[in-house]
Design a protein around this ligand. Structure first.
Ligand SMILES: *[C@@H]1O[C@H](CO)[C@@H](O)[C@H](O)[C@H]1NC(C)=O
Ligand SMILES: *[C@@H]1O[C@H](CO)[C@@H](O)[C@H](O)[C@H]1NC(C)=O
Ligand SMILES: *[C@@H]1O[C@H](CO)[C@@H](O)[C@H](O)[C@H]1NC(C)=O
Length: 404
């Protein structure tokens, strides 16, 4: 039985950091990481999502590339209104404070495999996005209202009903009162990609209190907050200035952020994306140094080539070439490894590893468990075990930064 997901963290996590570079057992720890959000569900002993053989094969392959960290979901939420669209199932927390023990055991089993592959984990305790339930689900439970899902996730800014609803998670006092009780008894969550609000204070307060609580339970772990850090230095500071945040976070998404034009076969938009990446990494290095905290690029991704015979939906096929992706991954490797050498970055983690899995070839309602979460097209950002050129770039990166 489990009293808290944090029990796992005590066993296999990070040790005390020494800023500005993170240390484990007094040796600098540099991160060559893979996002592998599926871990908990794949690790289950049985059921639709269970696939322990795959976990072993995927981790073995990642280890071969020098990957020494996986970033996983260690939380997911169900709903009081039945099955929700595009969500990970089965969920860990089926109702406030009520856990599915089989999913917990999937998480435990997965964590127990990591030492065999000499890997650490970043365990994500909540999510701003609903593919795992996340903050919107907490609001839904607290208010017993349904979530206003956006019609299109990539047009979120025009559809801010979802943002408004979800931001109540850290802004609405009466909701905070309710959710606080669940946290204190169970998990107090720091989340993937918290979005900014119209109140700096409420977001800071939530991050500070959550990080303080996690630190009190897991004093030897680094605590980070899953921030994309895409909103400039002022918001970077608000999200990272808490003394309980010991590792700064950033993500970089050239297509989602409008730098990359997926149908442009020339080098123009990929080169522009790389220019923006370089600027971003330089800024982040400076901002993190000003707060005297280590920083990592914990998500970055790029889709397959999406023009010519691979235009449209074919761009999601595992067979589509990925020339621009490799150029982008190489740029990340070059830029981040130089910053690791300067002791400004701890490393980077790509999004996301699909390993031996492949997307479905026919429409299906089943979750495919490739690298793309359920609300995104399967195959969009997935890296497969057959993508030897991309994997070679990652292997070289691991070697260059001395990831052990
Ligand atoms: C906060 O949440 C409560 C409970 O759902 C609701 O009645 C109230 O209108 C909300 N306040 C704001 C400012 O949205
Ligand atoms: C939540 O709302 C549903 C329908 O909207 C209702 O059937 C249910 O009783 C409500 N639950 C609580 C705890 O109020
Ligand atoms: C993207 O590239 C295509 C092909 O070169 C071009 O036709 C289109 O106008 C570009 N889109 C934008 C928004 O620049």
């Amino acid at each position: 039985m489990h009293t808290s997901v944090l029990s796992c963290l005590f066993l296999f996590g990070w040790l005390t950091p020494v800023a500005p570079s993170s240390c484990i057992e007094d040796k600098p720890y540099h991160v060559s990481g893979a996002n592998y959000w599926q871990a908990m569900n794949l690790g289950m002993a049985s059921g639709q999502s269970s696939n322990r053989l795959r976990v072993h094969q995927d981790l073995r392959e990642l280890q071969r590339q020098g990957i020494n960290m996986v970033r996983i979901m260690a939380s997911s939420e169900g709903s009081q209104f039945g099955t929700q669209p595009d969500r990970m199932y089965p969920a860990l927390m089926v109702a406030p404070g009520e856990y599915d023990e089989d999913v917990f055991q999937g998480l435990d089993w997965f964590m127990a495999q990591l030492p065999k592959y000499k890997m650490k984990a970043i365990v994500t305790l909540s999510n701003y996005w609903t593919w795992s339930g996340g903050a919107a689900q907490y609001v839904s439970w607290a208010t017993n209202t349904t979530i206003p899902y956006p019609e299109q996730w990539d047009h979120l800014l025009q559809q801010n009903d979802f943002l408004k609803y979800t931001n109540q998670f850290y802004q609405n006092e009466s909701i905070i009162d309710v959710t606080q009780k669940w946290y204190r008894n169970h998990v107090k969550a720091l989340m993937n990609e918290p979005q900014i609000t119209d109140s700096e204070d409420s977001l800071f307060k939530w991050i500070d209190e959550s990080a303080k609580y996690i630190s009190s339970l897991a004093p030897r772990h680094l605590v980070s907050n899953g921030a994309e850090s895409k909103n400039g230095q002022q918001w970077f500071n608000i999200m990272h200035k808490s003394p309980y945040i010991t590792l700064a976070s950033c993500h970089f998404w050239p297509l989602n952020w409008g730098y990359y034009n997926r149908t442009d076969p020339t080098e123009a938009s990929i080169d522009y994306s790389i220019h923006k990446l370089n600027e971003f990494i330089s800024n982040l290095a400076d901002w993190a140094a000003a707060l005297n905290k280590p920083v990592g690029l914990f998500e970055y991704g790029m889709m397959h080539d999406n023009w010519g015979e691979w235009a449209g939906l074919k761009g999601y096929s595992p067979d589509a070439p990925f020339t621009h992706r490799n150029k982008f991954y190489q740029a990340v490797a070059d830029k981040v490894s130089a910053r690791v050498a300067d002791k400004q970055f701890v490393g980077a983690a790509f999004w996301a590893y699909a390993g031996m899995a492949r997307p479905p070839t026919k429409p299906t309602t089943e979750i495919s468990w490739v690298g793309d979460p359920p609300h995104e097209p399967p195959g969009w950002y997935s890296i497969y075990d057959k993508d030897v050129e991309t994997l070679a770039i990652l292997r070289e990166f691991s070697k260059k930064i001395g990831a052990k």
